[in-house]
Design a protein around this ligand. Structure first.
Ligand SMILES: [Zn+2]
Length: 421
């Protein structure tokens, strides 16, 4: 199993520039006054008699200049002037910001090294080599590690994620960007659903910074397995989440057109019809949710109705072309910029959950219509994009690696279900 060895992908630090600076003999440093001046900063006072190099860490104060700092410590100022003749270094030496940390080492008043962090990912290093000073800009990049986690849902998606050590940001990526076109996260999540996710985490100097790209994921919802891999072609032309077969995860319509994170205790109450006192054929899907929960356009389209309409109350109707329209009823209010005739994009907030019209509790009544007739979108084939055939070989090799790693994530859990694979 060669893949087991490849779980982490450290990015090596790289020196991006190397400038050797020779100090001409005629510019040799003037004789140095070894008497230390007052140290204005947090630096420890240097010991003038010490044979070895001293090291001092300076926290830059407002109005500090490097000249003042060198003088206050008693480091030869001529070296600084020489370094400043190099345009590559000049800016990094001239512009100091309060709070910057500069580390200096020196011996007998002669600069041995200067380290200064330029940005989160770049450090200037000046170091003495004989009569020369080598100037390096050291990149201190984010180190990317690939991790995987497996979770089983006991109460909610987010709690399961939390218990498995998965950030809510990554959970949202799973729900909104990867599986939200196939799984109704408002109504269809069940106790016992399981998911695995393989994703990048970024570290700097061993410190966690944030979660990065999700590389592969699996979601078992009510016994049905959905799998996805991230693909980005080397030429950058094709990128997105795809099934292992190369079909796009993104589809023309969201399964649940509202912010499902606002819906609580979904295993019980969400399945009950929250409203009607009378029995009638119900065409559409009801999402019980707190008043004010954002309602999203299920797909791209044009608003053809926004107003009151009988039992629907405040309702928005969007025309998606090809005879498909979607209907959103009982809204408490409409999205701020929503107007009849305007186009909307999938995921745009078009209104907020309420209980206007025939509703005894706050909920979204959602309909998906084909040529005016209500249909169950889950039962209809949704056209998807596919990996262009010229990228198929590249896709397969990437997908194979990612899915194999994801399978290792599954096996990390002592669950016999995975033992047969
Ligand atoms: Zn309804």
């Amino acid at each position: 199993m060669w893949l087991a060895a490849g779980i982490s992908l450290p990015v090596l630090a790289a020196a991006i520039a190397l400038v050797l600076m020779r100090t001409p003999a005629s510019d040799a440093p003037a004789p140095v006054d070894l008497t230390p001046l007052a140290v204005a900063t947090t630096a420890a006072a240097p010991e003038a008699i010490d044979e070895g190099p001293d090291s001092v860490e300076i926290t830059v104060q407002p109005d500090d200049t490097l000249d003042q700092i060198f003088r206050s410590i008693g480091i030869d100022i001529g070296t600084l002037a020489s370094l400043r003749t190099r345009p590559e270094v000049r800016k990094a030496l001239d512009i100091l910001r309060p709070g910057d940390i500069i580390t200096l080492t020196y011996a007998d008043g002669v600069l041995q090294s200067l380290n200064r962090q330029i940005s989160d990912t770049l450090t200037l290093k000046v170091s003495r080599a004989g009569d020369d000073y080598a100037v390096n800009y050291i990149e201190n990049p984010l180190e990317t590690t690939v991790v995987s986690h497996h979770a089983r849902i006991e109460s909610s998606l987010f709690e399961a994620g939390q218990q498995a050590g998965i950030s809510s940001r990554t959970i949202m990526t799973l729900a909104n960007q990867i599986f939200g076109f196939d799984i109704d996260f408002a109504l269809d999540i069940r106790e016992g659903d399981e998911f695995s996710v393989l994703y990048e985490q970024e570290f700097q100097d061993g410190r966690y910074v944030n979660d990065g790209q999700v590389l592969a994921a699996e979601f078992v919802n009510r016994g049905k397995t959905h799998r996805a891999v991230w693909f980005e072609s080397k030429d950058g032309e094709v990128k997105g989440y795809y099934t292992p077969e190369g079909r796009g995860m993104r589809k023309a319509f969201l399964r649940a057109p509202l912010d499902f994170t606002r819906i609580s205790s979904r295993f019980n109450s969400a399945r009950k019809h929250p409203v009607l006192g009378v029995v009638r054929a119900h065409k559409g899907t009801d999402y019980a949710a707190p008043t004010g929960t954002p309602i999203w356009a299920a797909g791209n389209g044009r608003v053809i109705y926004a107003g009151r309409k009988g039992g629907y109350g405040n309702v928005v109707i969007i025309d998606h072309g090809k005879g498909i329209s979607t209907v959103y009823g009982h809204m408490s209010r409409f999205g701020r910029s929503l107007r009849v005739g305007r186009s909307v994009n999938q995921g745009d907030t078009i209104g907020y959950v309420g209980m206007t019209g025939l509703a005894t509790g706050p909920h979204l009544h959602y309909e998906y219509r084909v040529k005016g007739v209500q249909k169950n979108p889950a039962s209809l084939p949704m056209p998807t994009t596919e990996i262009p055939s010229v990228y198929m070989a590249e896709f397969r090799s990437q997908a194979e690696v990612a899915l194999a790693r994801l399978e290792i994530a599954d096996q990390d859990v002592p669950d016999q279900r995975f033992a047969q694979r």
